[in-house]
Ligand binder design. Structure first.
Ligand SMILES: CC(C)(COP(=O)(O)OP(=O)(O)OC[C@H]1O[C@@H](n2cnc3c(N)ncnc32)[C@H](O)[C@@H]1OP(=O)(O)O)[C@@H](O)C(=O)NCCC(=O)NCCS
Length: 409
């Protein structure tokens, strides 16, 4: 059975939203629904229709994302949902194919998404491209190493987030290009970050902010909530939920971490998403105290392999012929010679014998600098035809700092 697919217009938003609600089993607060509607690019939505009823949906946010060596327009795939009554009939598969061809037509060569479940998107050519750590730190175990940086010119300022929004936006814009995976924020995405309805608090107090600054301006900020409590013996047992900690330099970074870790009446800190190479890992004296937990974060799909591979920088010289397998975007299937070094890259179609054969998802996974090419080779999942070729590609594609988006879209 086929379901006609087309973008929706704004009047169809309630029916579109209903599919999301049913698929995720959630009921957004009216303010959340309004924020979500406001950031939706209606010409980039897709809905699959069963008669006059919407059975499946998705949409795209036009992101400007940092990739190794620069920034790129990236299709941020979101709102993927199929009505429970229509699941496993191929609705998602047909929407994904249509969406990838729309992305190509628009001229974007890379798509990225957050996956609700890790098994969904590999079949559509997406690869796990970034990871994240969550930290659960008890205050008593949070001491830093002795030589942690400090700067006497820095001071802390308690601020209401909405009142210092321009400072937060400026600081964030100054660091967004430092790490692959980060993307520029629109006014709508800042509205979501700073939203502070009762429904956003989930039992904690209001959104709070502390800035680190000197006489020349703001050098970093935190966004967090505190859940106050005392245990049965009357000992303070509050929890601090850290949402964001951004800093322009190491001293401001260390000071902001101390300000959330040392907070009075709080006994533990919960940081839901941090990069896998967060400098906190080096700063804290006892790393076990991070109680770090890993999860996959961004998934990336190369929509046009040659343009995507030529659009990023490489850590080391590489010259390889890659035979790409791609059933979903057949224009990518074939042999490509990637010639790159830290100053530039070229990727051209060739007839030469390949040095390796890779599924397109392996390239998506490696694209932002944190792929599993060598591990996949070791696991017998990739075919290498020239000794050392996969390792050479993996070394060239690896990047520091490691990718991390830090904000779900
Ligand atoms: C995930 C979801 C969109 C899949 O939609 P769907 O229309 O049922 O998917 P399809 O029928 O096109 O499935 C295509 C293939 O993917 C597989 N698949 C789909 N969802 C899967 C999942 N969650 N886990 C593992 N495999 C999955 C199907 O089994 C099918 O495999 P096959 O081709 O070997 O038969 C739908 O189940 C849903 O809305 N889930 C809840 C919301 C959600 O998690 N959305 C994703 C947000 S990132």
């Amino acid at each position: 059975m086929t379901y006609p697919i087309r973008p929706i217009d704004e009047s169809e938003w309630p029916a579109f939203g209903k599919v999301l609600e049913e698929a995720f089993g959630m009921q957004p607060h009216p303010a959340q629904d309004e924020r979500y509607r406001a950031e939706t690019e209606f010409d980039r939505t897709l809905a699959a229709f069963d008669g006059d009823r919407i059975a499946g949906v998705t949409s795209i946010l036009s992101l400007s994302m940092t990739v190794p060596g620069g920034q790129l327009p990236v299709a941020g795939v979101t709102a993927v949902s199929v009505l429970p009554s229509h699941r496993r009939r191929g609705v998602l598969s047909s929407i994904m194919r249509r969406q990838l061809s729309d992305i190509r037509e628009r001229g974007e060569c890379v798509a990225a998404l957050y996956a609700s479940e890790a098994l969904i998107y590999g079949r559509f050519g997406y690869g796990r491209a970034a990871g994240e750590l969550s930290f659960h730190i008890q205050k008593h175990g949070s001491a830093f190493v002795g030589n942690a940086p400090s700067d006497p010119s820095l001071r802390l300022r308690v601020a209401t987030p909405a009142e210092v929004r321009p400072d937060l936006e400026r600081l964030f814009a100054s660091v967004v290009t430092r790490r692959p995976g980060r993307y520029e924020r629109t006014p709508q995405s800042w509205n979501a970050v700073l939203a502070d309805e009762e429904a956003d608090r989930r039992g904690s107090g209001p959104l709070r902010s502390v800035l680190a600054e000197d006489d020349h301006g703001v050098r970093g900020y935190t966004l967090f909530r505190v859940k106050s409590s005392w245990d049965a013996d009357g000992v303070p047992d509050g929890e601090l939920k850290l949402y964001e900690l951004e800093a322009a330099d190491p001293a401001a970074y260390a000071l902001l971490w101390r300000s959330v870790l040392d907070r009075d009446l709080v006994s533990r800190l919960d940081a839901g998403t941090r990069p896998v190479d967060d400098p906190l890992i080096a700063l804290i004296a006892d790393q076990r105290q991070l109680r770090a937990r890993w999860s996959d974060e961004l998934w990336v799909r190369l929509v046009e392999v040659d343009r995507a591979l030529a659009a990023r920088a490489y850590s080391a010289p590489v010259d390889v012929v890659i035979e790409v397998e791609d059933d979903v975007c057949p224009w990518n299937a074939g042999r490509w010679r990637l010639t790159a070094d830290p100053t530039g890259a070229e990727c051209k179609p060739v007839e030469d014998e390949p040095d390796m054969t890779l599924p397109v998802s392996a390239l998506g996974s490696a694209y932002l600098g944190d792929g599993l090419l060598v591990e996949s080779l070791g696991a017998g999942l990739l075919r290498e035809h020239s000794d050392g070729a996969v390792r050479s590609l993996a070394t060239a594609m690896s990047w520091s700092p490691k990718p991390w988006a830090g904000l779900t879209f």
